[in-house]
Design a protein around this ligand. Sequence first.
Ligand code: ZN
Ligand code: ZN
Length: 346
Amino acid sequence: MTTVAAYAAPAGKAPLERTTIERRAVREFDVLIDIKFAGICHSDIHQVREGWGEAIFPMVPGHEIAGVVSEVGPGVTKFKVGDRVGVGCLVDSCRECDNCKAGLEQHCTGGSVGTYNAVGKDGEPTYGGYSTHVVVDENFTVRIPDGLALDVAAPLLCAGITTYSPLKQWGAGPGKKVAVIGLGGLGHMGVKIAHALGAEVTVLSQSLRKKDDGLKLGADHYHATSDPKTFEELAGSFDLIVSTVSAPLDFGAYLGLLKTGGALVNVGAPEEPVALNLFSLIGGNKTLAGSMIGGIAETQEMLDFCAEHGIGAEIELIGASEINEAYERVQASDVRYRFVIDTATI
Ligand SMILES: [Zn+2]
Ligand SMILES: [Zn+2]
């Protein structure tokens, strides 16, 4: 065991503070990662504040981790000391169920292990990326290509894969009209990736406040959803809509924007249930679907795709002492577009 510095919430809803935690000794298939940067995901805040239910404390959040390998276990074959690597939302799974075998470790039926707010197979709690070091099995570690700077790569490990996976699965590409609901941490990655995939991209945002940004990020069109005319004007327009917002939406209204046979994929995780009139699905053979992050192989594919297309996240780099303020700003949608912690300041 090694004692390392971290930022943790000591209890539910409590502010995060500097502390120390124990990281396990490097095992046969583990890599020790010197964390350089950790993104702040909205789900960190949901979990610290127990919005998704009872959580494990103290909690060291962070599942957008970018760093450099500083030690490898004797059985490690995929990485060596000095490699640039990332860790996303998962650090283990059963590796035997049908989903694990299909590369869908995030849906492991034998019990996947979250990067934080979870208990590992050794019975110890897992601690995330708001820390200087982490020990992770090589099979849950991905390579960050040289072309991607580590600070802008960190948010790809959750925000990037969460949007890449449904865009790929639902065929975003040339000739397809794709809308992204919300231009936040997830949404801005959705716009960049959908544009790089060759789709015609529309942002559907509450207001036109971020319109200039949206167009710069790769959107072809930008509409305010607070304007009822948007829903008339764009009725029946899209092949695919990806909703990235965590607030409960009027999904029925958005389903009206799909072409016949179109799909609305939700990746947001509102704390409250939503109501839906199912006639909005029946008329036009529409699909309302969900998508949760992506598997390990697909996460690597996403990183390679982003490197090839020069895509990183738009970030505001902060010191660890600014984490609590950053949480307030994320809650107020006041971030362009992802806070990333420089872990040298922890
Ligand atoms: Zn996340
Ligand atoms: Zn499994």
